[in-house]
Design a protein around this ligand. Structure first.
Ligand SMILES: C=Cc1c2[nH]c(c1C)Cc1[nH]c(c(CCC(=O)O)c1C)Cc1[nH]c(c(C)c1CCC(=O)O)Cc1[nH]c(c(C)c1C=C)C2
Length: 570
């Protein structure tokens, strides 16, 4: 329901902006200015993790501000959903959306949030040497193939090669060295076409498509190489080839930052996070030793605690079932944004805010895919032929091996420990994603559970009837950073600043990545950018993304020019 409402809102938002790609008017709003010391009224649009985290950080940053979260659905938390289900002898936990978080520098904001919310004792860790961390599989062409890790030896690599999954890789690696660089006027292409052009189509179909199913549930022939394979894309741009780029890069090179990804903006963000977030030694240690982490009661615990904390704070009001129909600068040249709210007798039809943080979808920027998540619990333990995290299904698997259009299966009983009170085998089957693009209707819940059972019967030989099943259709769940995304994002950010002069900023999974860590970090950075007088600046909240790209582009142009000069001089 919530997702549907959101999509309706977004469609209306897009209609509202139909005169231009993103915004109704691109007039210069620099005339706006304010003498206020802080934004008195702040509106946060959307009550998913991006909205809740933005509200939490804003409340800390501006203790005198009033913050209102507008959520179109019945409750907050977006599609981070975990439920306990009664089964014979006890309860098991089903996750209907994201289920784990990855540690590492990208998780610092999330870990800091967990610590501040007092959730440390509820964290459960999957150790780096557990089967779930070590064994990740791809289903190809009709069996589970274990992906290599840093401990894989030559004999195992040979066995892997014999499965056919790595067909084309050795020769493609050799040929890539001699391939010409892309034409100078090529500004983006799909991930699939990039890998096929530089290497070979087969690794794109057999391996990359599987990985991309697990992250974006997306299609490698539509997603942007420039955005999602940016390192390789930039190496080709700078050095004419990917491997040539790797070899000719040394730490003293002016372009090293592109390779080590420590260019000024990322490095600056990392430094800001490190300066401001100090994790307790025990938490830091445990995060350093795990491959993923979650909570005893599932990832939902994070949003539940966030919501509780926000509700206890007098500064914050959470309004559910109130879709925001549109927004524009307040009439009369005021330096405020006016929200038009859905009709509701208990609620005024308009709200004026000094600062708006929107986490709502914008379909003109990215399309979305729909995923069906089917949770299954079987009472017999160890039903799986192998132990591990689960497996992903690439696009190259023959239709007869995947007529259900599954994207992958997670072995939940191995992947996250300590969440169930009874033994058994717990799985999640993910269906749909890009395979369902353009569909007018999706399978029903009954059909979904039959499709999932058919997958686990064929792929895993599980013939037992499940003791519990749960089906969730997550409509428009994952944004797709398709070809041309960078250009669209640039226009979007410029339009945002031009129209709202910094009074409406954006966060969420359309911008800095689709993972929970990405979203929390994005919210942290956005609110950090509002600090002091920052909220008065002409910002979109996307500076990190925009400036980073500008930085890369400038370097690409500079190196291109240097090369031209060099060639002329020869
Ligand atoms: C529920 C559907 C999701 C799919 N991808 C994501 C979600 C939320 C987002 C995502 N998943 C992963 C990453 C990588 C980095 C990270 O933050 O962990 C991202 C951004 C990896 C991943 N993929 C699967 C799992 C269990 C994980 C670990 C993180 C998580 O719990 O989401 C499995 C999986 N996810 C999707 C599919 C189709 C799939 C298949 C088995 C889609």
């Amino acid at each position: 329901m919530r997702l549907k409402r959101h999509s309706q809102l977004l469609e209306s938002t897009v209609k509202h902006v139909s005169a231009r790609p993103f915004f109704a008017s691109q007039c210069n709003r620099s005339r706006y200015s304010t003498s206020a010391a802080y934004p008195e009224q702040i509106a946060v649009l959307g009550g998913g993790i991006a909205g809740l985290a933005s509200a939490y950080y804003t409340a800390k940053e501006f203790p005198k501000s009033k913050i209102t979260i507008y959520e179109a659905g019945n409750d907050v938390g977006g599609w981070i959903r975990s439920t306990h289900v009664e089964v014979p002898g006890g309860k098991v936990l089903f996750e209907h959306g994201p289920r784990t978080l990855r540690p590492g520098s990208n998780s610092l904001a999330t870990a800091g949030l967990i610590q501040e919310l007092g959730l440390i004792n509820d964290v459960v860790y999957t150790s780096k040497d557990s089967p779930a961390a070590q064994n990740r599989y791809v289903y190809y062409p009709n069996r589970l193939v274990r992906m290599p890790t840093n401990t894989t030896n030559l004999a195992e690599l040979f066995k892997l090669y014999m499965t056919g999954i790595a067909d084309g890789v050795p020769s493609a690696l050799f040929r890539e060295i001699f391939k010409p660089p892309r034409p100078p006027n090529m500004t983006d292409e799909s991930m699939g076409s990039f890998i096929a052009r530089r290497f070979d189509k087969r690794p794109a179909q057999n391996v990359l498509s599987a990985v991309i199913h697990g992250i974006y549930a997306g299609d490698i022939w539509q997603l942007s190489a420039r955005t999602l394979l940016s390192l390789m894309w930039n190496l080709e741009g700078l050095h004419g080839g990917i491997q040539r780029g790797f070899w000719s890069t040394n730490l003293n090179s002016p372009t090293q930052d592109l390779v080590t990804i420590t260019h000024p903006y990322d490095a600056e963000l990392r430094n800001k996070l490190r300066d401001e977030i100090t994790l307790e030694p025990e938490l830091r240690k445990k995060l350093g030793q795990c491959s993923t982490f979650s909570f005893k009661n599932g990832l939902r615990q994070l949003v539940v605690r966030l919501e509780e904390t926000l509700r206890k704070n007098n500064q914050v009001t959470i309004k559910t079932n109130i879709p925001v129909k549109s927004f524009h600068m307040a009439p009369g040249g005021k330096d405020q944004v006016e929200l038009v709210l859905a009709n509701n007798s208990n609620n005024p039809p308009k709200f004026t805010a000094d600062l708006v943080i929107s986490t709502l979808h914008n379909r003109a920027l990215t399309p979305y895919v729909t995923v069906m998540v089917v949770n299954l619990y079987f009472s017999t333990p160890n039903l799986l032929p192998v132990k591990g995290f689960g497996y992903l299904i690439p696009q190259s698997v023959p239709f007869e091996q995947n007529p259900e259009r599954a994207l992958g299966v997670i072995f939940d009983s191995d992947a996250v420990p300590d969440q169930d009170s009874v033994p058994g085998t717990k799985l999640t089957v993910m269906l749909g994603g890009h395979w369902w693009n353009g569909w007018q209707a999706y399978p029903t819940h009954d059909e979904g559970s039959q499709l999932a059972l058919s997958v686990v019967r064929r792929h895993l030989g599980i013939n037992e009837e499940p003791k519990a099943t749960h089906v969730t259709l997550s409509r428009d769940a994952i944004p797709q950073y398709t070809v041309g995304y960078e250009e669209r994002l640039k226009q979007f950010a410029e339009g945002l600043v031009s129209e709202f002069g910094g009074r409406l900023r954006v966060a969420g999974n359309q911008f800095n990545g689709v993972g929970v860590n990405d979203v929390v970090t994005g919210a942290w950075d956005l609110v950090r950018g509002c600090r002091g007088e920052g909220w008065k600046g002409r910002s979109s909240g996307l500076e990190r993304v925009m400036d980073r790209r500008k930085w890369v582009e400038e370097r690409l142009v500079k190196v291109g020019r240097e090369k031209e000069e060099e060639e002329k001089g020869r």
